[in-house]
Design a protein around this ligand. Sequence first.
Ligand SMILES: [Zn+2]
Length: 77
Amino acid sequence: MPALTATVFNGQKRPIAWKCSDCETVFALDRVDAILTKKSTEQINKDFEMHCKGQHPGSQIIGLDIPHEDLGGWPTP
Ligand SMILES: [Zn+2]
């Protein structure tokens, strides 16, 4: 089943681009210095969902975890 795999990181070691694990399609934030916010995470998940519906129909979609806050918060483990 397709999942998003972080593939590009910025200077703060935060992911800014992800690859579909079932093909090589890349999903990236708008800018390299963009911070992964709740909004941008939802956007990536939405793009990925659209991609999966078109390219991997019938598969279970595993998106990114949505950060709890809009403070650039990558969820703490
Ligand atoms: Zn794919």
